[in-house]
Ligand binder design. Structure first.
Ligand SMILES: Cc1cc2nc3c(=O)[nH]c(=O)nc-3n(C[C@H](O)[C@H](O)[C@H](O)COP(=O)(O)OP(=O)(O)OC[C@H]3O[C@@H](n4cnc5c(N)ncnc54)[C@H](O)[C@@H]3O)c2cc1C
Ligand code: FES
Length: 272
């Protein structure tokens, strides 16, 4: 039997600095590997000799031959990753977890709501739906960060703002010189924009407090819980439902999630 804990080796082909503490890594597997995944899935990343951590896949499966991860420097292992350079190698296990049910969303209006690095898993979904544009109706992205310097994928977002395929609404928390877009918190921007609930699915990811308030405001606008999806971040170890590190009641976030509807979240025990 193949040991599920043995990672595949991937080379860091390029590193792009997104913010002071977030880098995007473009990774190529060193051995020919049929790595197929769906938007919303994650991988376990090992920095050799240091340990592992989970990270959302930030690239779209429609882009072949590589995967991208955007990682914030937090503690021991992510700091070790940030010390690595182009052409260094890391280990990748996965892909793991469920995914966004893109097949069921065909012909729907999709509303993506992101905050900070929470845009990483949404970026996989956004680029997937843009590459499969004919299958989806209106696409609207509302994305915010604390400051302009904290926005990830800036170049891509500014390009997308000019695209007819998606409407992009950007926000920062407080006014800054030269910023002509929305100033304020993402949940308030959602209320102000009043997106229609008709034939719509809202997908949100960001800091837990933002997710909570976004869900509250979507409900105020008339969305029902089944129309709202989010992806959760719990501490993980195995990623495959074996270690019991990520469970909430009898749900394992690593294999039953990380994607849940607001309805499913509401049914989870208090500890969430
Ligand atoms: C499904 C999933 C997808 C994720 N995707 C991304 C991503 O795309 N980009 C990214 O930068 N991070 C992502 N994370 C969070 C990332 O896994 C943690 O930042 C990382 O585990 C920290 O490891 P460390 O060894 O550097 O820090 P540690 O020394 O272990 O911890 C440093 C700090 O981070 C907190 N922390 C540790 N693990 C997690 C965790 N799993 N979730 C939230 N906080 C944590 C700790 O409480 C502590 O305050 C994801 C987590 C999950 C579960
Ligand atoms: S991370 Fe081990 S059970 Fe989920």
């Amino acid at each position: 039997m193949i040991n599920p804990y043995i990672p595949e080796i991937a080379k860091i082909e390029s590193i792009r600095k997104e913010t002071l503490d977030i880098n995007t890594y473009k990774l190529v597997f060193t051995k020919e590997k049929n790595f197929s995944y769906k938007p919303g899935q994650f991988v376990m990343v090992s920095v050799l000799g240091e340990g592992e951590f989970p990270a959302a896949i930030a690239s779209s499966p429609t882009q072949k031959g590589y995967i991208e991860l955007s990682v914030r420097k937090m503690g021991k292992v992510t700091t070790a990753l940030h010390r690595l350079e182009e052409n260094d190698v890391i280990g990748i296990r996965g892909p793991y977890g469920n995914s966004f049910p893109v097949e069921h969303w065909k012909n729907k209006n999709l509303l993506y709501i992101g905050g900070g690095i929470g845009l990483a898993p949404l970026r996989s979904l956004i680029n997937y739906t843009l590459d499969e544009r004919k299958n989806y109706n209106k696409l609207l992205l509302i994305y915010g960060a604390r400051t302009q310097g904290d926005l990830v994928y800036k170049e891509e977002l500014f390009k997308l703002e000019k695209s007819k395929d998606i409407e992009v609404k950007l926000a920062i928390d407080k006014h800054e010189e030269g910023w002509t877009r929305f100033v304020g918190f993402v949940p308030d921007y959602v209320l102000a924009l009043k997106p229609s609930t008709k034939n719509a699915i809202a997908i949100t990811c960001g800091p837990p407090i933002m997710i909570k308030l976004v869900i509250q405001n979507l409900l105020k606008l008339g969305f029902v819980q089944e129309q709202i999806y989010t992806t959760l971040e719990m501490r993980m170890k195995c990623g495959i439902g074996k270690c019991g590190r990520c469970n909430i009641g009898n749900i394992y976030v690593c294999k039953d999630g990380p994607v849940f509807t607001a309805k499913q979240l509401q049914e989870l025990p208090e500890e969430y």
